[in-house]
Design a protein around this ligand. Structure first.
Ligand code: PXL
Length: 262
């Protein structure tokens, strides 16, 4: 039987991030993908032109529909958009006791456009963080979630602890947007810190990296892997796709990395 992985996220009409990136990553990882759409963006590689938010109640109906019938081995959560959607997603995850939840706390698009209402951040902290097996903030999101300015390893560790105390079982702070020649992602499981390092690829063609990373982690957790193995595989996957995107840049902005494996 195929493992069943659900993404709860926004649609990117350009196919680079969001639901589209997630489903492509699921397909490439050999799991069955399902999608609950929270918002639709009019978007390309250059910018988000508009966002249409779906009613929270309708997000809840989509969740009921797929969970009751097909079932879910792992969940990736991306763009939620507003506080009402955050609350309904958290309540359904608790009600159905969904496991292997990977929470990508999406706040802004690769282009810099906002994807989350400001008042939803506290609701994510209170309601959704405790549901997550792994939360995957980038540097900016980690700074907002921890209330700290981040520079250097010690501050990242402190932020990891603060975010861990919000309730997830693990925290992966992504280092890709630091201006350093080595990218270091930091994982904290409540006891130990683990560093994942890679040589930085200097490119602007990174549209969809965060979405893809969290989706591959979810696909790996669905298949029974540990958090550390899932993270390692997801980082290698994203690294390869960034190289591929550099050599096959689509569009006129930040080219998508959500490219086919074959
Ligand atoms: O990478 C964050 C993200 C999530 N969801 C949607 C997006 C983006 C970034 O562009 O468009 C729909």
């Amino acid at each position: 039987m195929f493992k069943r992985v659900l993404t709860i996220a926004g649609s990117d009409s350009g196919g680079g991030a969001g639901i589209q990136a997630d489903l492509k990553a699921f397909e490439n990882m050999g799991v069955y993908g399902m999608s609950v759409i929270t918002a639709v963006t009019a978007q390309n590689t250059q910018r988000v032109l508009d966002v249409y938010q779906l009613p929270a109640e309708f997000v809840g109906k989509q969740l009921d529909a797929v969970i009751k019938d097909i079932g879910v081995d792992a969940v990736k959560i991306g763009m939620l958009g507003n506080a009402e959607v955050v609350k309904i997603v958290a309540s359904k995850i608790n009600y159905y006791k969904l496991e292997n939840v990977v929470l990508d706390p999406v706040m802004v698009a690769t282009s810099g456009d906002p994807l989350l209402a400001a008042d939803a951040i506290e609701v994510i902290k209170d309601y959704l963080m405790p549901c997550a097996r792994i939360v995957t903030p980038n540097r900016q999101e980690a700074s907002i979630l921890s209330g700290m300015a981040l520079s250097g390893l010690e501050s990242l560790k402190k932020a990891g602890q603060i975010i861990y105390d919000l309730g997830p079982a693990g925290v992966l702070i992504k280092g890709g947007d630091f201006e350093e020649t080595t990218v270091t992602d930091l994982y904290y499981d409540g006891n130990d810190f683990y560093q994942f390092k890679a040589e930085k690829i200097w490119t602007s063609h990174t549209h969809g990296t965060g979405c893809t990373l969290s989706s591959v982690i979810a696909a790996c957790l669905a298949q029974g892997m540990t958090e550390l193995d899932a993270t390692k595989i997801a980082r290698e996957y994203v690294y390869k796709k960034i190289i591929l995107a550099q050599n096959n840049p689509l569009g006129h902005g930040s080219a998508p990395i959500s490219l086919p494996s074959k």
